[in-house]
Design a binder for this molecule. Structure first.
Ligand SMILES: NC(=O)c1ccc[n+]([C@@H]2O[C@H](COP(=O)([O-])OP(=O)(O)OC[C@H]3O[C@@H](n4cnc5c(N)ncnc54)[C@H](O)[C@@H]3O)[C@@H](O)[C@H]2O)c1
Length: 254
């Protein structure tokens, strides 16, 4: 264990999936000395994730949390406030990918996609900023967008809306919080080998295969590789970085 985020209080959403980007972020932050709250809707996965981090000497706490529910966000923040009175790092990671062409999209799946991937970022960011301002020592918020939040991809209408929204919401929040030393950045992964890929493949196999074949580095990325970038942005090493968008895609958008 080293100390890149020693003593910080961190919250990572969607952290139950292994392999998953949220879990890797939580594990990495804990290894570098943060107390990490892992949240997810998957209780079984969450229990296992917390156990794994704690048995490796980390300090992890699990809370059941649907990121589309404002009430659940209040529960999570109330617990963190009660335990520590502060939050230093928020990783808005939880997300789903409902892929398919526009003519196949239903209002229900469109709204579900936006609720989970985008509205959640609003709920979490607003609460984190409020607590960080109250304490007055700044903080770091990293939100998981996607390369699909940077350019159009056929078959990703609602997902693109959610990820493009996250990108500009968080730039706007970064401008509003820069003077408070609250740094807000987005990360834009390409094809990363996690459980979400199985769902995407089931929803739209043809599109999925075409995208996978187009990675210049010739392979998918790993969740740990994304977590390395997130850790850097969350740490004081990134002290002058805010409002930024960070692509990690093996060259796909180059
Ligand atoms: N894997 C990729 O290729 C890739 C690429 C670009 C962006 N991303 C983004 O990275 C993030 C993490 O994805 P991943 O690949 O690790 O996926 P994953 O499916 O492995 O993990 C996502 C986690 O989010 C949780 N989750 C789903 N709905 C939730 C809800 N309503 N409330 C709380 N938790 C919920 C799931 O239970 C799961 O544990 C997502 O926002 C995703 O869109 C992934």
């Amino acid at each position: 264990m080293t100390n890149r985020v020693k003593g910080k209080i961190a919250l990572v959403t969607g952290a139950a999936s292994r392999p998953g980007i949220g879990y890797s972020c939580a594990e990495r932050l804990a290894k570098e000395g943060a107390t990490v709250y892992l949240t997810d809707i998957n209780k079984e996965g969450l229990d296992e994730a917390v156990k794994k981090i704690n048995s490796a000497g980390g300090n992890a706490i699990g809370i059941i949390h649907d990121v589309a529910s404002e009430g659940d966000w209040d529960t999570v923040f109330n617990q963190i406030k009660k335990d520590h009175g502060r939050i230093d790092i928020l990783i808005n990671n939880a997300g789903i990918a409902m892929l398919g062409t526009l003519d196949e999209l239903t209002p229900a799946s469109y709204h579900k996609q936006i609720d989970i991937n985008m509205n959640s970022v609003y709920y979490g960011t607003q609460r984190a900023i409020s607590l960080m301002r109250e304490i007055g020592e700044g903080g770091a918020i990293v939100s998981m967008s996607s390369i699909v939040g940077l350019k159009g991809f056929a078959g990703c209408y609602a997902y693109a809306a959610s990820k493009g929204g996250v990108r500009l919401m968080q730039k706007t929040a970064a401008l509003e919080t820069a003077k408070d030393n609250i740094r807000i950045n987005t990360v834009h992964p390409g094809m990363i080998d996690t459980n979400i890929q199985n769902d995407a493949k089931r929803d739209n196999a043809e599109f999925y295969e075409a995208v996978a074949a187009s990675v210049p580095m010739g392979r998918f990325g790993t969740a740990d590789e994304v977590a390395n970038l997130v850790l850097f942005l969350a740490s004081d090493e990134a002290v002058y970085i805010t409002g930024g968008e960070f692509v990690i895609d093996g060259g796909m958008t180059a």
